[in-house]
Design a protein around this ligand. Structure first.
Ligand SMILES: Nc1ncnc2c1ncn2[C@@H]1O[C@H](COP(=O)(O)OP(=O)(O)OP(=O)(O)O)[C@@H](O)[C@H]1O
Length: 346
């Protein structure tokens, strides 16, 4: 089912527009407090929107009619939600947790349990059937929650930070499980990690202060980010300023040579740069960009990230050993190739 929604929750300053074509996954990305959980809860029926409308296929989830909200009860929405805390019923077994959706549809206990067994096997948690939720690890509980969600045969799956607080191994396993079970389903998942988005989502929507600031096909959006936040998620350095002939002028007046087609002088523009293409050069080198070093971060494999206030560079230890800048002191950067500048005005 295709999801179309405008979610307005004025008490949390959220007004987000979403479109999720049938059988695809949308990743909601955004900094802390951007409104991801609010949007997911409003779709699930756990938070009441006070404006907007949402349809899932032909069904109306909520709709603002002249200031009066019409809300479909959450249990009638055909939506399954997997939250960080898994929210399993503590007093029954894992099997009965997963059998619950089928039981609520009026099926017999035996049939519901048989169905639940299948779902547990499908998510690789068959061996946990007899356990109580409190005895499960975070990763196991989340797997069981996914099985319970799937057992309800949802028309829309919502996953609120499904990888949060999982160790690396469990997160990898959860990602490969979701890659499998979300195939062909309509789903919305919130995450802080660009890798989750490229791995699982056909489209992304980046939320900031409650509104979608950019979005579209996952790879295209990461390739050409329009905001500093998305650029950072994509692992790219982001510099913004105003356009002068053949260069971007940073706020402090420094120039970054760039290619700009059809840009008007004085336009607000930005460039994105691969941090591995940024070099640290001797302070006497003409051109380049000076910036104060905020941190030196080891990135593994002999790479150190020289992080400054406006830009950063990933340089090898060998390279850094010549001109290693100190934290609090300026470093001199050479942006190797002239990046393409694009307008931020449209
Ligand atoms: N129950 C609540 N009552 C009032 N305000 C809330 C409530 N929950 C969240 N908020 C506020 O609404 C805004 C959006 O919060 P939300 O939890 O949706 O963001 P988020 O993007 O999911 O953040 P995070 O990544 O930190 O989980 C924030 O300003 C938050 O403080």
């Amino acid at each position: 089912m295709t999801l179309d929604a405008v979610v307005g929750v004025s008490s949390r300053a959220v007004k987000a527009v979403l479109h999720v074509p049938e059988g695809t996954t949308l990743a909601l990305l955004g900094p802390n407090g951007a409104g991801k959980t609010t949007v997911i809860e409003a779709l699930a029926g756990l938070t009441e929107p006070d404006s907007g409308h949402a349809t899932l296929g032909d069904a109306v989830l909520f709709s603002d009619r002249g200031g009066r909200m019409r809300l479909t009860e959450s249990r009638s929405r055909g939506i399954a939600l997997v939250t960080q805390d898994a929210a399993l019923f503590p007093h029954v077994s894992v099997l009965d947790n997963v059998a619950f959706p089928s039981r609520s549809r009026g099926n017999s206990r035996a049939d519901s349990r048989a169905d639940a067994h299948e779902w547990l096997e499908r998510v690789g948690a068959g061996h946990l059937a007899a356990r109580r939720p409190r005895t499960l690890s975070g990763g196991e509980a989340r797997r069981v929650a996914v099985a319970r969600a799937l057992a309800s045969d949802p028309r829309l799956m919502l996953l609120d930070e499904p990888f949060a607080s999982l160790d690396i191994e469990s997160a990898v396993a959860m990602r490969s499980l979701l890659r499998e079970v979300l195939k062909g389903r309509t789903a919305v998942l919130s995450t802080h990690d660009g890798l989750d988005a490229i791995d699982l989502a056909h489209t992304i929507a980046v939320l900031d202060h409650g509104i979608v600031v950019e979005g579209g096909a996952t790879s295209a959006t990461f390739e050409h980010p329009r905001t500093a936040f998305t650029a950072a998620l994509a692992g790219l350095v982001w510099l913004s300023g105003t356009w002068v002939e053949g260069a971007l002028t940073l706020a402090d007046g420094q120039l970054v040579p760039a290619i700009g087609e059809g840009l008007t002088l004085g336009a607000a523009v930005a460039v994105t740069i691969n941090p591995r293409a940024v070099k640290i050069v001797p302070p006497t080198t003409p051109g380049g960009v000076r910036d104060n070093v905020l941190a030196l971060e080891p990135r593994g494999d002999g790479i150190v990230r020289v992080r400054c206030s406006a830009l950063w560079a990933d340089v090898s230890i060998a390279e850094a050993s010549h001109f290693l800048p100190r934290v609090g002191e300026p470093a001199h950067f050479d942006v190797a190739a002239r990046p393409h500048a694009f307008s931020l005005d449209s």
